[in-house]
Write a protein that binds this ligand. Sequence first.
Ligand code: SF4
Length: 347
Amino acid sequence: MVDIADRTLVADAFGRPLRNLRLSVTDRCNLRCQYCMPEEEYVWLPREDLLTFEEIHELVGIFSELGVEKVRLTGGEPLLRKDLPTLVSMLADSPRITDLAMTTNGILLSEQARALYEAGLHRVTISLDTLRPERFKRLTRRDAHVKVLTGIQAVRRVGFTGLKLDTVVIRGTNEDELVDLIEYGKRIEAEVRFIEYMDVGGATQWSIDKVVSRAEILARLEYHYGEILPIREISSAPAERFLLPDGTVFGIIASTTTPFCSSCDRSRLTADGMWYLCLYAPRGTDLRTPLRAGASRDELRAIITSTWQRRYDRGAEQRKELRGRGVLVQLEGLKEDPHLEMHTRGG
Ligand code: SF4
């Protein structure tokens, strides 16, 4: 442990710091994307188990004392959580949180972008897997493409900068839109990031042949644009960034074929207060129970510190080593424990 000013920084068993917290504020979603929520109905977290804003604020405060400086609001779809700007303003007040971001599907953004901006949210990332309305409808089973595009415009209008668009690339679904998405990103001044299809909980239709690898994404883009150069950066961010000949920057998150567990400083807090040290971890640490039982700040700090110090997780690397890699958890297992779902863990 290292004391820095008013923080005590903790590192895990591989020396990785606790720096990045993905905060799921709801497990509900208003889309049913085939790579994440292929079913129509799910076993949802009981409402009474959801952390209140005060409880979230308390836990994030402790995490930030232990080194967390980046917080990303996730879901499900985070904008389904009522009064989200109130939580944003509570978190934005902390000087220790230097990066307060949100990943959203964008459907409700046109209504909420201004309030989120005024509440102090720093950045927005929007999931956008296709520019084609019919394809969007097939992929998500909701007819909401125009709302997403309107939401993207609203983000720009109210003053957010640093907009990112995340695209999960799936063979046979949208790998023919890489160039179109880059061109769209240029027009709206957003950085596009292509994400390899991952075999996480909830991806019950995953198979290796549907994965479009980082190498293939680069080859397809090079075929169109010419030479692509990697941008050399020292960062624990999941996206590797690249430069097109015209100066356009884009990213690839190659979690499936080129895992980056060795620098992973991310953990995930679910909406009901379970803390997961890895996207693939079968179990988490329950922080809600001690919090509601009246544990002191020091006691909660001790639980978080000792749990992180014992962290050996490197899920994506281990998945890559598997022979005959297939679906991580079958449907029955997901119904028994919804915490295994990616939409509960916040992706
Ligand atoms: S698989 Fe786990 S350890 Fe590896 S990068 Fe993802 S969350 Fe981090």
